[in-house]
Ligand binder design. Structure first.
Ligand SMILES: *[C@@H]1O[C@H](CO)[C@@H](O)[C@H](O)[C@H]1NC(C)=O
Length: 192
């Protein structure tokens, strides 16, 4: 990174060279000024290596293998919920595997099965339900710790990612709803 003193020398040199080349003080001034603005605009504060490493590399306990919690850690909390992500972090996981599905109105949400039957107090295919409707189902009701996690919702992709960032967890997604299946469902709906 150039220091102020270096910059003065640097830009004076550029100015002299351009003036010698073009024999125009105005041109040289403009070009040097342009170069200066360009450099200021594209200058980023340096990121400490330690900080960059924390985001780019999953943290592993004492140099061990990364621990990835399946479905966000479904044993200790209802699977594919924000509670599961939090529990996984609390239990020392370095990453979570989550399942991505889409609602009828195209909102990416966490859900393993094609239907709501196994994990929630509702039923039927996820991709036939509007997000607003899906939001009302209870995602904890079928879990052995349902009392501890009562009222847990089906999270959106965005909420899940934000929770993982908060806990510095690496995310591994399984995409369940095929995009072409999804558009088929949409066109069938439209022709009904
Ligand atoms: C599921 O649980 C939620 C939250 O308790 C409730 O609002 C909703 O009515 C329930 N749905 C069904 C179909 O029982």
């Amino acid at each position: 990174m150039l220091q102020i003193g270096d910059e003065v020398v640097y830009f004076s040199a550029v100015f002299l060279l351009v003036m010698l080349g073009t024999r125009s003080a105005t041109g040289a001034s403009l070009l040097t000024a342009f170069l200066y603005v360009f450099m200021v605009m594209f200058r980023f504060p340096p990121v400490p290596a330690e900080q960059a490493g924390r985001v780019l590399r999953p943290r592993a306990p004492s140099g061990g293998v990364p621990v990835v919690a399946h479905r966000g850690g479904s044993h200790d909390a209802p699977e594919n919920t924000l509670a599961a992500i939090r529990e996984a972090s609390r239990n020392g996981a370095t990453g979570v595997q989550l399942d991505l599905s889409f609602t009828a109105d195209g909102v990416p949400v966490l859900m393993h099965d094609e239907t709501l039957d196994r994990t929630t107090n509702s039923s039927g295919p996820v991709n036939k339900l509007q997000f607003a409707q899906l939001r009302r189902v209870d995602a904890a009701v079928r879990h052995r710790l349902k009392n501890k996690f009562s009222g847990e919702k089906v999270p959106t992709l965005r909420e899940a990612v934000e929770e993982c960032i908060r806990h510095q967890l690496t995310i591994f997604f399984d995409v369940k709803g095929q995009p072409d299946k999804y558009s088929d469902a949409r066109s069938t709906d439209a022709s009904d």
